[in-house]
Design a protein around this ligand. Sequence first.
Ligand code: ZN
Length: 239
Amino acid sequence: MKATLTKALHVPGGAPLFQRMFTRLGCDGRPPRFRVEFYPYSSLVLTIRRREELILVRFSDLLRRAPLPVLEAAAALLLARVYRRRAPAPLVEPYLEYARSGRTRSRMNRMRHKRVRPRHTGARGLHFDLEKLFEELNERYFAGELEKPHIGWSTRGWRRQFGCYDPGPNQILLNRRLDHPRVPQCAVEYVLYHEMLHVKHPTRRSGCGLVSHSQEFREEEKRFAEFDRARRILDRLAR
Ligand SMILES: [Zn+2]
């Protein structure tokens, strides 16, 4: 946790929000005065201090764009702590949910910075130039609008997969075994096209799982001109 010396920001509607939650939790007595601020914490830290009739609350400014139910949930958690009340789970859930996803996001960002891109042998193989194929596919299927990730051939031949896209280093790698004169170009193009769709359709959460090949993804994949032929070739290669 790190706090810089930037001035705290008043939270518009913060005091009435706390008064509402004070009532909703059934806290005893007359509600105190609340002063609610956003404070530049670098993590989702919430603090509350009680000074006689004044309660000072600091929300992390990471919550500045949070929807109202998240702020209400955060208020309920803080008040429950100070007044030793149990905050009903449905009331605090939006905040917990938000904190979880926020943590996940920042963890991902940290990883993003730390991670070193796996090495590859460059995009130009002995037989296929992936940069060139990327440009052609991009024109043909994405109206030239897909942002180009790093692209390369794997340094070693893989057993189990033909290609992969890693959103961390934003890199597509193709299995170098495909860089071979006996592999028809349409098969290489299809694998690259599939990975390009991963760039376009990021993996998203659904229920408790992750969806990387959504319905949309699968539909769009079938637009590949030689879809059936390419799949047959790859099936043969996989054996
Ligand atoms: Zn895939």
